[in-house]
Design a binder for this molecule. Sequence first.
Ligand code: ATR
Length: 278
Amino acid sequence: MQINGSTQLIGFFGSTYKTSKMYAMYNAAIKALGLNCIYIPFCVVDLQKAVEGVRNLGVAAIGVTIPYKVEIIKYLDELDSNAARIGAVNVVINRDGRLLGCNTDGEGAIQALKEKVPVTGRDVCVLGAGGAARAIAFALCDEGCNVTILNRTERAAQDLAQDIGENARAGGFAMLPEVLGDDTIIINTTPVGMSGSGQERLSLVPANLLKPGMAVMDIVTNPRETTLIADAVGKGCAVVYGYRMLLWQGVNKFELYTGVKPPVAIMEQAMEDSAKAG
Ligand code: ATR
């Protein structure tokens, strides 16, 4: 690409800035569209000062991830209604010096699910009640789903269910047998099953509870085939891999960053290539 005086910077704030696989995906899209911008990592030392840097350097947008998704809110000027209800942002857009926070996680999860199964009006069991669960649960609620939130800390599940409203209920994992119907969609939003979590071989759902009419999604991306997903494949369930949500939340972010329709196939290919490169 040709860097010149009009090149726009899109940056990334997150503890995973060294290992993120998203640089290839966004820069491939930028190249394909011939946009005069570049997506680069930032090493955040002090978040407040980093956000001031975004304002003072005219950085066009920022992708935000752990551990800044909630903390960054207090330094922004505005949240869109979705980020406000979730209470977390994964994108900041610089609109002439005013910083707007948005969140594409929930929408990304719904798009990933819809590649495999119908979603509207379904019964969905969400495992976990953290930031990702909040984003996904609100988006499911928009789709008219009946959402049950099960969490290790039941209080957090109850709080989230209350925020979502009358279509949501809550409980602990012991409720799984009574919550799961023949065609429930199950979504794991916890780190259980994730490489490096110390629980990579575990699943929160006993395999004997899985039925062929269910759809099972795990937002864990490493490994792609978690124990939950492997069990679901074995039982004939529809499965949705975490990397599909990662792709779609990124596609949606790209549109917010640039205001341009994303070239999805190119982004998908770049993501696959960078996953293979390791
Ligand atoms: P994220 O932004 O990825 O959602 P988070 O907000 O820290 O991360 O939320 C993590 C979720 O995973 C929480 O629901 C957490 O349960 P608690 O509320 O009980 O802490 C859940 N979680 C984390 N480790 C877990 C484990 N070992 N078993 C079950 N649930 C776990």
